[in-house]
Design a protein around this ligand. Structure first.
Ligand code: UGA
Length: 444
């Protein structure tokens, strides 16, 4: 975070509680502390709190460690809810809401938090966790006194601190009886000078789910345009550029690739679909959005087979394991699907990621995890670029990489590399949505 962006200081200092020190909770806590507020953070995992007290950060997120360090005096860590109730009136709920087998969200951790706080008219539960539409009203109906404010987060992993500093909007949803608490939540964000949208609770909850579902739809749409472009000779990068300049469409989230991953899009698309289904409404588009994404992940295998034939005994390197760059998160990452599919086809798989390899150790069973990108590409028949980490662009493709590979085949799952340079160096290059003619070597 640009320290100066937050240095304007808060309109009023407000001690806050943050329940759940996962990724959302920690980023929220660190940024609120940077804004000058005292933040009391609680997590039930004793080792996590002990590590945070020692100044260790359990997740990789750019700028987070510096921010926690700089604001140590304003950050208080505990395993108990008591200190939060004692010191703060606004209690941010940042616990996990993973999907259940039915596709509905598992709200057991949220329920636990509500129970622990109890019926306190002096406190508001400020919901940052993504919850189904209707959750806030149901909680408010049951609890006698505890106010409820919905304040969904729109942070992206890998740029969460910047996203907090420069939000496109802040959503604060509350019913009439909690409007005083909603004002206090809104004023926390005042120094960021972002538009604040005040709504009822259900609409705030829907804004969160609909935004993630729409972004996933946008990516699945451009991925389908990419697939058709490959057949018809158009270049999806140019198509996205041309489309994105239309202000009604916008340029962001139009990068075609190996499919979206991460813990949010899949869960939220499913949650919205199930919520609609529970009311008897069939949300048809969302079924397609997910299906397109699953097929997209697998298309890479077809591209390898096109050039290598069957993959039995072939060695393939995956560059990038994390679901996106600048994070060590591997939840729902395309790399996991690719590694399993490749092994299913009889290939040997190697993988490298600058930060996510350690997390992948127990998950990528049978995949050889390498210490460097060059080690991963050594002796391979193909390289698949799965995550667009900047260091992959810096590799000496024409020299060291080319020399180390048995077959110089690159499947660039993010259209990230300089395809002209690669083709000129003698590689066979496959991107996503790039016309074949552009990838053929130029006649001598
Ligand atoms: C997403 C939303 O973007 C955040 O606004 C939201 O707060 C968050 O979920 C959440 O609900 O917690 P995140 O999952 O961290 O954020 O990451 P994104 O940057 O949205 O990327 C998601 C996936 O889409 C990644 O696999 C990425 O590679 C892929 N992607 C993104 C594309 O394939 N193409 C694009 O143009 C953009």
């Amino acid at each position: 975070m640009q320290a100066s962006a937050l240095a304007r200081g808060p309109a009023a200092r407000e001690p806050v509680g943050v329940i759940g020190c996962g990724w959302v909770g920690l980023v929220t806590a660190a940024c609120l502390a940077e804004l000058g507020h005292d933040v009391h953070c609680r997590d039930i995992v004793v080792e996590k709190i002990a590590a945070l007290e020692r100044g260790e950060v359990p997740i990789y997120e750019p700028q987070l460690a510096e921010l926690l360090e700089r604001n140590r005096a304003r950050l208080h860590f505990t395993t108990e809810i008591g200190p939060l109730i004692e010191h703060a009136r606004l209690l941010f709920c940042c616990v996990d809401t993973p999907p259940t087998y039915s596709g509905d969200a598992d709200l057991s951790r949220v329920e636990q938090v509500v129970e622990e706080i109890g019926d306190s008219p002096d406190h508001a539960l400020v919901m940052k966790s993504t919850v189904p539409v209707g959750t806030g009203r149901a909680i408010a109906r049951r609890s006698h006194g505890l106010a409820y404010v919905s304040n969904p987060e729109f942070l992206k992993e890998g740029s969460a601190v910047d996203d907090f500093t420069r939000p496109d909007r802040v959503i604060v949803g509350a019913e009439e009886d909690a409007s005083g608490f909603a004002d206090r939540v809104a004023s926390l964000y005042e120094p960021l000078e972002a538009p604040v949208v005040r709504t009822d609770v259900a609409s705030a909850e829907m804004i969160k789910l609909a935004s993630n579902a729409f972004l996933a739809t946008k990516i699945s749409f451009i991925n389908e345009i990419a697939n058709v472009s490959e057949e018809l000779g158009a270049d999806v990068a140019e198509v996205a550029l041309g489309m994105g300049l239309d202000a009604r469409i916008g340029p962001k989230f139009l990068s075609a690739g190996v499919g979206w991953g991460g813990s949010c899009f899949g869960k939220d698309v499913l949650s919205l679909k199930q919520l609609a289904g529970n009311t008897g409404y069939h949300f048809q588009m969302l079924t397609a959005v997910t299906e397109v994404n699953e097929l997209q992940k697998r298309r890479t295998i077809g591209k390898l087979q096109k050039h290598l034939g069957h993959l039995v005994g072939k060695t393939v390197a995956l560059l990038g394991i994390a679901f996106k760059p600048h994070t060590d998160d591997i939840r729902d990452a395309t790399s996991l699907v690719l590694a399993a599919r490749l092994q299913g086809e009889g290939a040997r798989v190697r993988a490298y990621d600058p930060v996510a390899a350690e997390r992948a150790r127990d998950v990528l069973v049978g995949t050889e995890l390498c210490a460097t990108a060059l080690e991963a590409v050594d002796g391979t028949d193909a390289v698949v670029l799965v995550t667009e980490w900047p260091e992959f662009r810096e590799l000496d493709w024409a020299g060291e990489v080319y020399e180390r590979m048995v077959t110089p085949l690159v499947v660039d799952g993010r259209n990230f590399l300089d395809h002209r340079a690669l083709v000129a160096a003698g590689f066979t290059y496959e991107g996503v949505g790039r016309p074949r003619a552009a990838l053929a070597p130029s006649p001598a």
